[in-house]
Design a protein. Structure first.
Length: 197
């Protein structure tokens, strides 16, 4: 479609993965202290010390180092994969980039989390799993990491109806898999909690 000198085909509409990266970076920056970071910066390049190559990364978490003026950093990867969890090959690639760049660790943001092999690599290489819903916006999101669950809900859309609003959080039990209503960051359903006592 063409209209008076403007080429609609060339209109720059961000792709879903780009929006996902931008939202993830924004939310990680808002919660930087919970990760032990001072700030989270956007897309950039970092150099490999061993390989001499350059890596384009989605974001970079920065913390002040112990030496004066020194900074430690973590590599942030955002993977908006909606059909599969992150596998060990993807985490293995990140683990090498961490080693090559001298990063202190990594953060992987994805909607579905890690497969079993990927989780083992993450544990071994200081990579933090962050789950962020695939269609998140800076104001409407579900962010899950390090036993935290943070929800963003736009209040204006709820109040325009004039109806009272209540929020109910549900989660799958990490022991039995049953769905239960949770308060705060509970990972175990009431039945399994009773059995564990």
């Amino acid at each position: 479609m063409r209209q008076r000198g403007y080429d609609w085909k060339r209109m720059a509409i961000p792709k879903r993965w780009q929006s996902y990266e931008d939202v993830a970076t924004c939310l990680l920056h808002r919660n930087a202290q919970k990760f032990g970071l001072d700030r989270v910066e956007g897309r950039q390049e970092v150099s490999g010390n061993r390989s001499g190559t350059t890596y384009k990364i989605e974001a970079k978490g920065v913390a002040k180092g112990e030496k004066e003026g020194g900074e430690a950093f973590v590599i942030v990867e955002c993977r908006r994969y909606t059909a599969s969890k992150q596998n060990q090959d993807r985490l293995g690639g990140l683990a090498y980039r961490i080693l090559d760049t001298g990063a202190a660790g990594g953060i992987v943001v994805s909607p579905l989390g890690f497969q079993k092999g990927a989780a083992k690599i993450a544990d071994a290489e200081n990579i933090i799993e962050v789950q962020l819903d695939a269609n998140a916006t800076p104001n409407e999101f579900m962010l899950k990491f390090l036993n935290n669950l943070i929800l963003g809900v736009r209040g204006a859309s709820m109040t325009t109806t004039g109806l009272p609003v209540s929020v109910r959080l549900e989660q799958n039990c990490s022991h039995c898999g049953a769905r239960f209503i949770t308060s705060e960051n509970e990972l175990i359903c009431p039945s399994c909690r009773v059995k564990d006592k």
